[in-house]
Design a protein around this ligand. Structure first.
Ligand code: GLA
Length: 358
């Protein structure tokens, strides 16, 4: 039977939080091959062809679950409840002050000590059609978990096609809360992390970015990228300005900033960034409904992590393009709201589209 020839394969990936977790292998032969675990919704491997048709892995990660359990800079993970930083781990909502973990110097980062990247997601559906394959993941976060109000029910669909990775996020809450979900894959289109990402060319369709303080919290200003190292409105090599003498580059240790495409979420998914690596011929577009995107140039990677296939991840061996609402929105009333109320549905989508040229 044609349909089953490339069926999704589920294998045991070990145990986390007292639960067994699985690894799902999804393949479109010679086009896209991916592995995903329901621990943290982590994409552990994503292979696409280079210009010679050679399938190689374009994301960073570990060979074994243990790597993700030990310590990981969020390789491949689903991030929640709040992607990016909340200043001093505090915010006010409907007259109440909420205290979150300060797990990034004095700030809160990526949902806290045990964010959505460290929980076991329930696989509620496996989609296994000819050109659409993937998982529907569900996690119910208890009221008060990591300090956030409201029981939050989140459903994330990961759908793969022969050339794309499409993510749909939905969440509902029992009480007013804040939500900002994202995906934290580290990309390196050279394949198997064979070099740093400074030779990748990047375009970001945004004319504004958020300057930060020295703890990476936005100052509140939306600054034009024009005539700054943050101008990626035309394709530019990442290495060109990553070490520029510039206060903002200094604070980030390179690029670790949020680019703002629009000052409100859109109902339409649209292209916001393009990454390409000339030598391999691989390119990736990022499309999203979100108003902003964090571009992190892997500055904190420092050669202390050995990832898949014995590869040492040196500084800037991977980069993240995390679609999202603006960091610290719960404390910055002028930013688009991240508040979700009971009875409402948080709903957003992002897709990464791959292609190869000569
Ligand atoms: C995000 C942050 C970075 C860093 C990485 C994880 O992208 O913006 O500063 O913390 O996550 O290492």
């Amino acid at each position: 039977n044609m349909k089953n020839e490339n069926a999704i394969i589920k294998t045991d990936f070990g145990n986390a939080n007292g639960k067994s977790v699985d690894l799902y292998s999804i393949q479109f032969p010679n086009e896209l091959e991916v592995q995903v675990t329901n621990y943290g919704g982590i994409v552990t491997s994503l292979k696409v062809p280079d210009k010679n048709g050679v399938m190689e892995d374009v994301v960073l990660g570990y060979d074994e679950l243990q790597g993700y359990l030990n310590e990981t800079p969020y390789f491949g993970a689903l991030i929640g409840r709040y992607g990016n930083r909340i200043a001093k781990g505090q915010f006010e909502l409907e007259g109440e002050t909420y205290d979150l973990a300060t797990n990034n110097n004095q700030n809160h980062l990526h949902g806290g000590i045990k964010g959505f990247d460290k929980v076991v997601w329930e696989v509620i559906e496996v989609v296994d059609e000819e050109n659409r394959k993937g998982l529907s993941l569900k996690y119910v976060s208890a009221d008060g978990e990591e300090g956030y109000p409201g029981e939050l029910t989140t459903i994330v669909d990961y759908i793969f096609t022969p050339n794309s990775f499409e993510i749909t996020y939905e969440a509902t809450t029992s009480k007013t809360t804040v939500v900002n979900l994202t995906q934290h894959s580290y990309f390196n289109l050279s394949g198997n992390a064979s070099e740093d990402i400074l030779g990748h060319e990047l375009t970001i369709n945004a004319s504004l970015f958020l300057p930060v303080d020295n703890t990476l919290i936005p100052t509140g200003e939306l600054r034009p990228v024009r005539d700054t190292p943050f101008d990626f409105t035309n394709p530019k090599l990442i290495g060109e300005d990553v070490n520029a003498t510039n206060e903002q580059i200094g604070f980030g240790g390179g690029f670790d900033h949020c680019w703002v495409m629009t000052e409100a979420p859109t109902a339409q998914i649209r292209k916001v960034a393009t990454l390409s690596h000339q030598q391999s011929g691989r390119s990736m577009e990022v499309h999203t409904k979100e108003p902003a995107i964090q571009f992190y140039s892997g500055n904190f990677l420092d050669g202390t992590i050995t990832g898949k296939n014995e590869k040492v991840y040196h500084q800037r061996y991977g980069l993240c393009l995390e679609t999202q609402h603006l960091p610290d929105s719960p404390n910055q009333g002028q930013f688009p709201s991240t508040v979700l109320k009971k009875g409402e549905t948080y709903s957003t989508a992002t897709k990464y589209v791959f292609s190869t040229s000569n």
